[in-house]
Design a protein around this ligand. Sequence first.
Ligand code: PEP
Length: 273
Amino acid sequence: MRPILVAGNWKMNGTLAETRTLLEELLQRLDRTQDTGHKTPDTKRPVEIVVCPPFTALSEAAGRLKGKPVALGAQDLHWEAGGAFTGEISAGMLKELGCTHVILGHSERRHLLMEPNGWIRKKLGAALAAGLTGILCVGETLAERENDQTWAVIEKQLSAGLDNLTPTADRLLIAYEPVWAIGTGKTATPEQAQAVHRQIREWLAERFDPKFADRARILYGGSVKADNAETLLNQPDIDGALVGGASLKAKEFAAIIAAAPKQKEGTCCTESS
Ligand code: PEP
């Protein structure tokens, strides 16, 4: 059984004061429900939690999360270690701030900022080399889905993003995020999401090996909320969620975490990072 991972992508939200308030409330709620990885009752699958605030709030968040069972992630990085790259932030800088995870290839960057696959591959390479866990986002637009190009698009994003890389399964998270479901209130049905997750796992088995594919975690993202999380997380190939809007509300995010499915009797979980 793979541990569930729930990551919150705060996007360009979170002043320092908002970061303090949101994390305080989240930690209190997690303490109360005892649904964190360390305190999970035996019957629940372990849950790992990651929050990804904007760069400006990382230091504040790192201070608040010290010693807490919530990891810190960033929303992007530059592949170079340093130099004349105005506005950019390197993997080493993120590590220094306490980050363990980084989101790469988010559709808002692919589509609004025209970020090409080649850059995403370089960013993932830099993240892995620095010891960060990369959350590689893939997903099709509505037009691509309607033209039966869903798998072709995702396959291209996966092969280009992972070109010549050999990550260990615990350092790579794939997030399937249909573009038409991000921030729109539309969610892929559990069956639609499961079908793509299954294809991604089969692709990973071919590209790496079946053991890698069995260990690798594939998250779903796209309007995940407290009221749809349970059915999504109950799909056999959905190992967690990348949550945008709902991660900005402590109550909602805690409820998504609490929706992690029960572990089947007699099964245990694989160790992650
Ligand atoms: C995201 O930003 O990765 C995301 C899935 O956003 P939302 O949950 O708001 O659709």
